[in-house]
Design a protein around this ligand. Structure first.
Ligand code: SF4
Length: 439
């Protein structure tokens, strides 16, 4: 029975998106229903990200905007979660008298209790780190409305300490979840009607490496793919240095494994990769890509590139463009480097001007637009298997995802939602495909 409204804004990566889903699920038990209107909400939660510079300032600005909704006479709760909460902790409560809750990345299981306290007017911050197996028991299962595609957390944290990244400091060390628990959650989701699962973690490729009793990530994928009712398996995100031959082989012999992989290169220059502490070279990255393409020629790649890392020369940047030419990503998340306090890279001499960084980013994005266009045009005339997930943008259309992750819209009846259908692609746009039902 819902008698209160919860408004969440989620920033950053899929881990935060997944955490927000868990928060909605947990707070449903306290009577909170999600709303898109902050003004109407009884509780507002910002699930924050601190991967890029200026994140804290953005959170402070957003909170200042949201405080106007804290209405007289009714106790509205304002909360901050995610990486900025983890970093700032009590300090946020001290600085912002209208803030009620600060919840760190390892403390989600405490949220219902904290909300009950906040409803009584108590302010609280919980940001303790749990860097042992105890954390494994604190993954609250998602309940509630069944959907067709769901994230399943398989590991949390990261041990890699790339020189520019704040994640190991705000998400803690890498811990893999027990495979038995993962499989139980996947079976439960399949029973609820979920057809696609996305195995989620900061570096899923190193799943299970610390435990002799658990399968490797490749082994886990094979077990998940065997769960009856699950028709498609995806994963994110992958560290290239942990992309094993065993995992690559899954793309050949696990038919349910999606034809899209996110494999962040970050740079195409060995000198920059070394400064980033990424643990692989340009050649070893491209070797993984070539092996994947050889084993599954229709596989599409998405990636991340950081432009303007300290010390990046024109020649280094050209190396990145040439790596992109070889990989030919279908989509790329590209960012201009900004230092994160507390990371090693923040101590490097960041001597590139903003103009140089922006000019490089423009060139890179232009190249990426061309690749996206060219790859997507090759799909026109082909037939794709599409999981229909909902209504399309136009009346009479439905929309779904192809095996390679592209959104496909086509004329069709809502009774198709939840089924896999074959669609002939008739037109390619940068972010979606248009097609006709072909069966
Ligand atoms: S692998 Fe590197 S970039 Fe990715 S979360 Fe870990 S430290 Fe950050």
């Amino acid at each position: 029975m819902f008698d209160k409204l919860l408004y969440i804004e989620t920033f950053g990566c899929q881990m935060n998106v997944n955490d927000s889903e868990r928060i909605v699920s947990m707070l449903a038990d306290l009577g909170y229903a999600p709303t898109n209107e902050a003004a109407a909400a009884d509780m507002i939660l910002l699930n924050t990200c601190s991967v890029r510079g200026g994140a804290e300032e953005k959170v402070y600005r957003r909170l200042a905007n949201l405080r106007i909704y804290k209405r007289d006479g009714k106790q509205q709760i304002i909360a901050v979660g995610g990486c900025v909460a983890q970093q700032e902790g009590e300090e946020l409560l001290r600085k912002l008298p209208y803030l009620d809750l600060v919840i760190g990345t390892h403390n989600l299981h405490l949220l219902p209790d904290m909300v009950r306290c906040a409803e009584r007017g108590e302010r609280r911050s919980e940001t303790s780190f749990i860097d042992n197996e105890q954390r494994l028991d604190l993954f609250p299962s998602i309940k509630g409305e069944s959907r067709l595609s769901r994230f399943v957390t398989v590991m949390q944290g990261c041990d890699n300490f790339c020189s520019y990244c704040i994640v190991p400091y705000v998400r803690g060390r890498e811990i893999s979840r027990r495979s038995a628990d993962i499989l139980a959650e996947v079976r439960q989701l399949a029973d609820e009607g979920v057809r696609e699962v996305i195995l989620l973690g900061q570096n899923v490729n190193s799943y299970g490496l610390k435990s002799a009793d658990e399968p490797s990530f490749a082994g886990l994928i094979r077990q998940v793919a065997e769960v009856a009712g699950i028709e498609r398996v995806r994963f994110t995100t992958s560290h290239p240095k942990d992309m094993s031959d065993e995992l690559i082989a899954c793309f050949a012999d696990v038919p349910k494994l999606s034809g899209q992989i996110h494999l962040p290169a970050q740079s195409g220059s060995d000198a920059v990769l070394k400064l980033m502490g990424r643990g692989y070279t340009r050649d070893s990255y491209l070797d993984r890509v070539r092996k994947l393409k050889a084993i599954r020629p229709d596989l599409v790649f998405t990636g991340d590139i950081i432009v303007g890392f300290p010390g990046e020369t024109d020649a280094d940047f050209e190396q990145t463009l040439s790596l992109m030419e070889e990989v030919r990503y279908i989509d790329l998340f590209s960012f201009v480097y900004s230092p994160r306090p507390g990371t090693k890279a923040a101590e490097l001499n960041d001597d590139l001007t903003k103009a140089v960084k922006m000019a490089r980013l423009d060139r890179l994005m232009e190249l990426q637009r061309r690749h996206t266009r060219e790859i997507c045009h090759t799909y026109v005339g082909s037939v794709m298997s599409v999981l229909v997930e909902g209504e399309g943008r136009l009346v009479g259309q439905v929309s779904g995802k192809a095996d390679n992750g592209r959104i496909v819209n086509f004329t069709g009846d809502c009774s198709l939602i939840g089924t896999f259908v074959n669609v002939t692609i008739t037109k390619a746009y940068p972010n979606s495909l248009l097609g006709e039902l072909s069966n």
